[in-house]
Design a protein. Structure first.
Length: 238
């Protein structure tokens, strides 16, 4: 029987007892776990610990922590900015981006965006579940959707590799030019960026145009392919 992994925001330490959110209690109930059963708990700041269920009710869970089995570990900061997608595609993308080690997911709104919003609370829950499954210690920071220009106006200067289809942009590997994390990938909507949006991107010193190969990719495919390339070239696959 696989030992469940649970992400907890609470401080973790050997010998402590911690309360978990009601959703985690429900999750373990669905898995038919009971008092005394083993679990693993983790977060980015404290690492991962063996634990056991001290109390489990419909909406209450208390865990007794044992020894730490993994210390905290630094991970490359790789962010994803993506034009908001329809619900199923966005859910799938957040799950896969989490598995690929993304540290922030920022849905953006563009003139051709197919969705006018993204449910950040639901997407954050998907990210947490994916982190629990893929054995990473951290969970991506999932932001509320905002207009692209507003996100970029408040950007902190981290290089943004902007995936631009059918342009004279260099391949992603060359566009990186030896840069290392922190990095961000920007993927536009299915219909691509409009000319005015492309002009705005090119005016920003921290935006670097990049090509993702000779084929036209769906937005979610482009995001996953670009993230995998970033991890392989400049992230924790390198």
């Amino acid at each position: 029987m696989t030992t469940p992994r649970l992400h907890l925001d609470a401080a973790l330490a050997e010998g402590a007892e911690v309360e978990a959110p009601p959703a985690q209690a429900h999750h373990l109930g669905v898995l038919r776990r009971g008092v005394g059963d083993p679990v693993r708990v983790f977060n980015a700041g404290d690492g991962e610990y063996d634990a056991s269920i001290a109390l489990l009710r419909k909406d209450r869970l208390r865990l007794a922590l044992g020894a730490r089995v993994r210390p905290p570990a630094a991970e490359p900061e790789i962010r994803l900015l993506v034009a908001a997608l329809k619900r199923d595609a966005m859910d799938w993308l957040v799950e896969k981006a989490t598995e690929l080690g993304v540290t922030r997911v920022q849905p953006v709104l563009t003139r051709r965006t197919v969705a006018d919003r993204a449910n950040a609370q639901r997407l954050a829950a998907i990210a947490r579940g994916a982190a629990e499954q893929c054995e990473r210690l951290s969970v991506p920071d999932v932001r509320e959707a905002e207009p692209l220009h507003r996100v970029l106006d408040g950007w902190d200067g981290v290089p943004v590799l902007a995936a631009m289809e059918r342009s004279a942009a260099p391949p992603l590997r060359l566009a990186l030019g030896g840069s290392a994390a922190p990095l961000a990938l920007l993927v536009g909507p299915e219909g691509g960026f409009e000319a005015a949006e492309l002009d705005d991107l090119r005016r920003r010193a921290f935006v670097v145009p990049a090509a993702l190969g000779p084929r036209i990719l769906r937005a979610e495919t482009a995001a996953v392919a670009g993230l995998a390339a970033l991890q392989a070239i400049a992230g924790d696959w390198a």
